[in-house]
Design a protein around this ligand. Structure first.
Ligand code: B12
Length: 218
């Protein structure tokens, strides 16, 4: 077991591997994190996702551009593949069926994938529609699966505008479906205005929020 200092150094190295878009180092360091007993969820959030936050800042400062962002997200996904099977969430939370996807016009899927990882760990049955999902596809999938919850992700102020429309379409299909929304531009207030049942700002609280919706629906 590594000391707290060693763990922090490793988290910083994982962060840097994402920022420096090192697609080889990132999974290597994630393997090392598992080997020294670092919590895989912490390695994801405080290493990989923190790296993507820094990448976002660099993009905003115009030091990085779209090609760098893509390379960084490859490095982040390479690490996530290593850590994902080891994430364990609270086993006592209610699990159900959930549809998830990034709304149409939006191809940012890193956050949605992290959210999916946590739902997988918590034992939910997941129907992942991916990114840039046509609104009608969410409704079709709800009809097909009879899911308890639909989780909608948006990373852009433009794409999130589709949410009220798809929420209404989903309710017309199944009045008591639980609808959870998230993504950087969303807030609890916006979620409420859009008619969603829940909002969560990160992957862990997303599972807890969906659990509350299932209990309400049941
Ligand atoms: C990486 C990135 C990209 C990558 C995406 C790669 C991928 N596979 O996802 C690429 C290079 C493809 C890209 C493209 C573009 N991008 Co971009 N991108 C980003 C960046 C830097 C990081 C996003 C990210 O992955 N964050 C890390 C994850 C872990 O965080 P997260 O997504 O917020 O997710 C967490 C929570 O929000 C929450 N969550 C997420 N989803 C959900 C869902 C539910 C249900 C719940 C409960 C919770 C939840 O949990 C997650 C984990 O904790 C952001 C800047 C930023 N700082 O956010 C810009 C940003 C989102 N992009 C932006 C733009 C403009 C673009 C482009 C238009 C650029 C261009 N000119 O081509 C295109 C868009 C193409 C399109 N149609 O979608 C803008 C959006 C501005 C706006 N309108 O709001 C941003 C904000 C940058 C900026 N400041 O200008 N981008």
């Amino acid at each position: 077991m590594a000391s707290e200092d060693e763990k922090q150094t490793l988290l910083n190295q994982i962060h840097d591997a994402v920022v420096e878009y090192d697609e080889e180092k990132s999974p290597e360091l994630c393997q090392k994190a598992l080997a020294v007993g670092l919590d895989p969820y912490s390695a994801i959030m405080d290493g990989l996702a923190a790296g993507m936050d820094t990448v976002g800042d660099l993009y905003e400062k115009k030091e990085y551009f779209v090609p760098e962002l893509l390379l960084c997200s490859d490095a982040m996904y390479a690490g996530l593949e290593v850590l994902r099977p080891h994430v364990k969430a609270d086993e006592h939370q209610a699990a159900g069926k959930i549809i998830m996807g990034v709304v149409e016009g939006d191809i940012h899927d890193i956050g949605k994938t992290l959210v999916k990882t946590m739902f997988e760990a918590a034992g939910w049955e997941i129907f992942d529609l991916g990114k840039d999902v046509k609104l009608e596809r969410f409704v079709e999938e709800l009809r097909r699966t009879g899911a308890d919850v639909v989780a909608l992700s948006a990373l852009m102020t433009t794409s999130m505008m589709a949410m009220p429309k798809v929420i209404q379409m989903l309710r017309d299909e199944k009045a008591d479906v639980g609808i959870l929304v998230g993504g950087a531009p969303l807030t609890a207030d916006i979620a409420r205005q859009y008619g969603a049942d829940g909002y969560a700002e990160d992957a862990v609280s997303a599972v807890a929020a969906a659990g509350r919706l299932v209990q309400k629906v049941a």
